[in-house]
Write a protein that binds this ligand. Structure first.
Ligand SMILES: O=P(O)(O)OC[C@H]1O[C@H](OP(=O)(O)OP(=O)(O)O)[C@H](O)[C@@H]1O
Ligand code: HPA
Ligand SMILES: [Mg+2]
Length: 173
C-alpha cells in the first residue's frame, strides 16, 4: 500500500510564522537567555529554524522520546530514548516540539523536567491538534492549529519517512 501527500501548509507560510513566533519569544525573554530543549526526532527541523529567529542568547539541548513508533496511532507509552546532556537547574527552559496531538508526550515530559528545578518552563510547538487532546497541556507558543489529520514534513514522519519535506502535508492512504 502506498500513500500520497497533500500540501496543507506551504514552505513560505511556515517560514513566515516561524519568524513571527521567534520575534515574540525574543520580546518575552528580553534580558534573559533561553535554553531550548529540542524533542527529537520530530522537533529538530523546527528547533533549528526557530533558534535562528530568536535574538536573545540561546543554548540548546536534545531529548529523544517516542510513543508512536512507526504507526499513526500513539502506543500510549512514552519512552525516554535519550536524556538531556546538561542540567536545567535555574535555566529558563523552552521545550520545542513539532506537534502536540494527544498531549501524552508533552505532559509526561513537562512532569519529568519540572522535577529538575528549572527557573521557568514553557512550551513552543509548530503544530497543535487540539481536537485530539487526551492529556491537558498548557502550550505557550503555537505556530498553527491543524485539523485531525495525520501530517508529515518539516520533521514529522510517517514510518520514519517524509521528515525532510520542506512543507507540511497530510498523508492520504
Ligand atoms: O501529543 P502526542 O500524541 O504524544 O504526539 C506528539 C508526539 O509524537 C511524535 O513523536 P514520535 O513518538 O512519533 O517520535 P519522533 O518525533 O521521533 O517521530 C511527535 O514528534 C511528538 O513528540
Ligand atoms: O500527525 C502526526 N504526524 C506525525 N507524527 C505525529 N505524532 C503525533 N501526531 C502526528
Ligand atoms: Mg514520529
Amino acid at each position: 500500500m502506498s500513500e500520497t501527500i497533500r500540501e496543507l501548509i506551504s514552505e513560505e507560510d511556515v517560514a513566515a510564522k516561524v519568524k513571527e513566533i521567534g520575534a515574540q519569544i525574543t520580546k518575552d525573554y528580553e534580558g534573559k537567555a533561553v535554553h531550548l530543549i529540542c524533542v527529537l526526532k520530530g522537533g529538530v527541523f523546527f528547533t533549528c529554524e526557530l533558534a535562528k529567529r530568536i535574538e536573545v542568547p540561546v543554548s540548546l539541548d536534545f531529548m529523544s522520546v517516542s510513543s508512536y513508533g512507526d504507526d499513526t496511532k500513539s502506543s500510549g507509552v512514552v519512552k525516554i530514548i535519550k536524556d538531556l546532556d546538561e542540567s536545567i537547574e535555574g535555566k529558563d527552559v523552552l521545550i520545542v516540539e513539532d506537534i502536540i496531538d494527544s498531549g501524552r508526550t508533552l505532559s509526561y515530559l513537562i512532569e519529568v523536567l519540572k522535577q529538575r528545578n528549572p527557573a521557568s518552563i514553557r512550551l513552543c510547538t509548530l503544530l497543535d491538534k487540539p481536537e485530539r487532546r487526551v492529556k491537558d497541556v498548557k502550550v505557550d507558543y503555537v505556530c498553527f492549529n491543524i485539523p485531525d489529520e495525520f501530517v508529515v514534513g518539516y520533521g514529522l514522519d510517517y514510518a520514519q519517512k517524509y521528515r525532510n519535506l520542506p512543507f507540511i502535508g497530510v498523508v492520504e492512504f
